[in-house]
Design a protein around this ligand. Structure first.
Ligand code: BDP
Length: 476
């Protein structure tokens, strides 16, 4: 009708927010979100300096704790498949360098594991630890797994065997044959395992779950949107619906085996991340949306890969996108850190959050919550919405990934809930590296009051390129 055309035209006028709706269905609870939703992944080579993951590294401990009291730290990456254990006395073959990947092996010493144990105790985080499958010496992996368990104790969630073995085993059958003797020996030593930690092979996860489900404490694979050279802000902000469909496939198998599924390593772009994309505010909106989209589908946790530039360059065997200007401490911390890392810095320079960190912080508000389904009409805006019940309150996250359109979202289904608090995630622009604000959580502001009306409807205006988190308490 001409009225509809007029209305559509009015919505696209600058200054007129698009009218979106989000209808909650509180009577149909969704998935229970794991309290271990938030995680990080680092290269095993990061352990080369025991001062990095140590009880004395207060700045990093504080950043982990602020993010989550129950997070998961995964140690692995390409360098895990080139790590040898200093205490192993058997003979080892020389590991050949491939086209991509570490150029030499790394000797891991007990001192680093002791330091790591202190870091885990101080943060309350659990550990997922990757051992070297590529070298083909199960006996060494067993000794290292045992040592990890002895040293970190209850902090150990699981050992994983091999990193992205799809890059060096010709098919699933070859991987399985190499994996079985490792898994048998590590389990016989009383150490829990998880896997298959494949790069991007959903079929491997499904085959693995069917064959070995009961032997594992969780299932895993990795995720990157694309290679760094293909990275761009528009690419990152468009939803990866093909991947969501793969996650749904995995979840149906994971649910059947009663195993949690984790993205044990993930980030925006592989080959170290993309400067100006992975490390700017766009990555915060992406990270929050990505975590919540996966949590809604039942994924137990996401381990965002990162760490020092040195460790990631070693994992690839070549240099990657790096900052060159290093005028002040903040710039120097950035310069020594991989582009995709959510935390910048090292043991010498100290640490600071990157934009992605704030997106994780927003999504973390859903850890331990019960997701609520909701029907979103985004009115053509690149907008996502998630709802959950937590501690008797309803909470909603709205993420406007659209660079050009503001949205006004009418949230309905809030009968019985009234007093709301709105907290915004914002930055000067999508490509801001600094100046990210998450109200209410980072201490900068307590948030704004926003109430649902008598019909249980609440209107939230969400400017382009921003997100918000709202929480309504039960009316009294
Ligand atoms: C993953 C590897 C990790 C790399 C990362 C990357 O597991 O070690 O650092 O890719 O390419 O596949 O950035």
């Amino acid at each position: 009708s001409s009225f509809a055309r007029l209305a559509a035209a009015a919505q696209s006028l600058p200054g007129t927010p698009a009218q979106a709706t989000f209808a909650l269905q509180p009577e149909q609870p969704g998935r229970l979100v794991s309290d271990t939703l938030t995680g990080f992944s680092y290269e095993t080579l990061q352990l080369a300096n025991p001062a990095f993951f140590s009880a004395d590294n207060h700045a990093l401990i504080q950043l982990f704790r602020q993010l989550s009291p129950h997070g998961v730290l995964r140690i692995g990456g390409n360098t895990s498949d080139y790590t040898v254990w200093s205490e192993y006395r058997g003979t080892l073959p020389v590991q050949q360098a491939g086209k991509i990947g570490p150029k030499s092996t790394f000797v891991l010493h007990p001192q680093s594991l002791h330091a790591l144990a202190g870091f885990l105790r101080a943060t309350g985080w659990k550990l997922v630890f990757g051992v070297n499958l590529k070298i083909g010496v199960p006996a060494m992996a067993v000794e290292l797994s045992r040592a990890v368990q002895q040293i970190v104790g209850d902090s150990l969630l699981a050992v994983q065997i091999g990193n992205e073995a799809n890059n060096y085993e010709k098919d699933y059958a070859a991987f399985d044959a190499a994996w079985v003797p490792y898994a048998a020996a590590i389990r016989a030593a009383g150490v829990p395992i998880a896997g298959p930690d494949t790069g991007a092979n959903t079929d491997w996860v499904i085959d693995y779950a069917k064959r070995h489900g009961t032997e594992n404490v969780f299932l895993s694979r990795h995720y990157y949107r694309d290679a760094a050279s293909n990275g761009s802000i528009p690419n990152l902000l468009a939803a990866d619906t093909d991947f969501y469909a793969e996650v749904d496939q995995i979840m149906s198998v994971a649910d059947g085996t009663h195993l949690p599924f984790r993205l044990s390593e993930a980030n925006s772009y592989y080959f170290g991340g993309r400067d100006g994309v992975s490390n700017v505010f766009a990555s915060a909106l992406w990270g929050a949306d990505f975590m919540l989209a996966l949590a809604q589908r039942g994924v137990a946790g996401i381990n965002f890969h990162g760490g020092t530039l040195e460790s990631v360059e070693a994992s690839l065997g070549h240099g990657v996108d790096a900052a060159t200007t290093a005028a002040d401490t903040s710039a120097r911390r950035d310069a020594v850190t991989s582009r995709y890392s959510a935390i910048a810095g090292n043991a010498e320079l100290g640490f600071q959050p990157r934009p992605l960190y704030y997106g994780m912080l927003l999504a973390q508000q859903f850890a331990g919550a019960q997701m609520l389904p909701g029907r979103l009409d985004a009115a053509g805006v690149n907008l996502t919405a998630y709802a959950a019940l937590r501690d008797g309150a309803v909470q909603v996250a709205l993420i406007n990934k659209d660079p050009t359109r503001d949205a006004s979202v009418a949230i309905s289904g809030l009968k019985g809930f009234d007093a709301g608090k709105l907290m915004r995630l914002s930055a000067p622009s999508l490509d801001s590296r600094h100046g990210i604000v998450l109200e209410g959580i980072d201490g900068t502001a307590a948030g704004h009051s926003i109430n649902a009306d008598a019909h249980g409807i609440c209107h939230v205006v969400l400017p382009r390129s921003s997100a918000a988190w709202v929480r309504w308490n039960h009316s009294v």
